[in-house]
Design a binder for this molecule. Structure first.
Ligand code: ZN
Ligand code: MN
Length: 489
């Protein structure tokens, strides 16, 4: 393939299931993995004459998301019917929002290489209902489960501001963190809580002219891996197609493709329908929503510090690495636990090490958060101080922390009981060092002769002192004493 100069252009459409107790327009329970068609009623079955009623909580969750995405929230928003003729939505239309969505013109900040976040513009976010689920695994007939039909679905549409598969993935991951922070969705990919549809094309420069390849929309991706892989695949496919055919974007040349996970490729599904094919019209059964300043203010009050802000603050204020800050801010409850320990006086880096290593290891094994490990914030701060002050070493810190999870004792008491306090008293340690030097004349000579053997000999002597003190000596202090003694000999 000749080396063409090109730019990848990707916009994203995301559907997010909201975590409400009941469906968008009826009182049916939202439950995952229950017996098929056990959570249905005349409204979500689309029986004639049934009247939908808006779920206020779902609307508030959506507005909260809109605010977090820096969107303008509409004072007036209405509901529309979108023509949809498939067995998984028996009304034959989906209740959605067409020309007056509840929010528009926002942006999301995503982490990219370098110190600055990148802004991805949000075109709009609207609320709609999900369809049910068709399955085709029962031989020569298909089955429909309508438990999911009517699930509140937040649809977010971005501007084509992403320029690589990695950026698209970063955007998706960031959005997942945000909806979890806000508590409006579990964002569980396995349960289909988030589905992605990237719109991909290329701007190719050839002989000083720019060409745009036809946009491909990849439908219904439900993993970050598939999302990134499908974008990367499209880049190669579109480059290749352009070289072979010279095809460029014209009216109506947009196509819809699916992702074949086994074959690791996208496959053509159909030419794109236009919005007019959906025959949108206002739903006469549902009242429009009028947003008052009071109501909006109340929802705004539920916003929290967003994950990326938090992450960047941890790096700037606590000097944590990008990586550690990312791990700590992965879950809001974990981040807040960390902050409480720091507030109680724990040195951030020490606290971070304790929590991201032993803490998360145990929490993940127990499938719970850091705050559910039975650790008291004050005790954790004390433990971090003990390590910071050299009273105990880091591995003793982990030991003590494990003990703290199952007992009410403070870290000091546990350290004494388990004999983990380091000997840092120079006077006491000097005697041990003297003894070791006397017993190991050969090693002392090696050190004094310098050269290759000297480093190993130093290590050996330090090891001997540690052994003599049953591992309880503070190695830094021992090292200092060793240094002095070996110099003066
Ligand atoms: Zn229902
Ligand atoms: Mn949609």
């Amino acid at each position: 393939m000749a080396d063409l100069e090109y730019k990848v252009i990707v916009g994203l459409e995301i559907h997010v299931h909201l975590r409400t107790a009941t469906k968008m327009f009826c009182g049916c329970e939202l439950a995952y993995g229950q017996q098929a068609n056990s959570r249905v009623c005349p409204v979500c079955l689309g029986l004639p004459g049934a009247l939908p009623v808006m779920n206020k909580k779902a609307f508030e969750y959506s507005v909260l998301a809109g605010l977090a995405l820096n969107c303008e929230i509409a004072k007036f928003t209405k509901w529309d019917r979108k023509g949809y003729y498939y067995p998984d939505l028996p009304k034959n239309y989906q209740i959605s929002q067409y020309d007056l969505p509840f929010s528009e013109h926002g942006y999301i900040e995503i982490p990219v290489e370098g110190p600055q976040a990148k802004k991805i513009r949000i075109t709009r976010a609207h609320l709609e209902e999900d369809a049910g689920k068709n399955t085709h695994t029962s031989g020569n007939y298909s089955q429909v489960d309508l438990n999911r039909a009517g699930t509140p679905l937040l649809e977010i549409v971005t501007e084509p501001d992403m320029n690589s598969g990695a950026e698209v993935r970063a955007m998706a991951v960031e959005l997942q963190r945000i909806v979890r922070y806000l508590g409006i969705s579990e964002g569980d990919m396995q349960k289909g809580h988030m589905r992605f549809e990237p719109n991909i094309n290329l701007a190719i420069t050839k002989d000083g002219k720019e060409y745009r390849t036809p946009i491909a929309e990849i439908k219904n991706l439900n993993s970050f891996r598939a999302l990134e892989a499908s974008v990367n695949y499209e880049v190669v496919r579109q480059l290749d197609e352009f070289e072979r055919t010279g095809k460029v974007m014209v009216e109506g040349s947009k196509t819809t493709r699916g992702w074949d996970d086994a074959g690791r490729q996208t496959v053509l599904q159909r030419e794109k329908e236009e919005a007019s094919d959906y025959r949108y019209f206002p739903d006469p059964d549902i009242l429009p929503v009028v947003m008052t300043d009071e109501w909006l203010g109340e929802i705004r009050g539920r916003l929290c510090e967003l994950p990326l802000k938090k992450q960047m603050r941890y790096v700037a204020d606590y000097n944590l690495s990008e990586y550690d800050a990312g791990v700590l801010t992965g879950e809001r409850a974990n981040a807040e636990f960390f902050e409480r320990v720091v507030e109680a006086g724990g040195e951030p880096k020490r606290v971070c090490n304790l929590l991201t290593q032993m803490g998360l290891k145990v929490a993940n094994a127990r499938d719970c958060g850091l705050a559910e490990l039975g650790l008291k914030e004050n005790d954790m701060a004390k433990l971090a101080k003990m390590i910071e002050g050299g009273d105990i070493n880091a591995s003793a810190g982990d030991r003590i922390m494990q003990e703290m999870m199952v007992s009410d004792k403070g870290p000091g008491k546990i350290a004494r009981e388990l004999n983990l306090i380091q000997k840092s008293d120079a006077g006491e340690l000097e005697a041990f060092v003297e003894a070791v030097l006397a017993e190991n004349e050969k090693a002392v000579e090696d050190v004094r002769n310098g050269g290759k053997k000297s480093k190993a000999a130093r290590g050996f002597l330090l090891g001997q002192v540690m052994q003599k003190t049953k591992g309880q000596a503070n190695p830094q202090v021992v090292n200092q004493i060793l240094q002095e003694k070996l110099k003066s000999k």
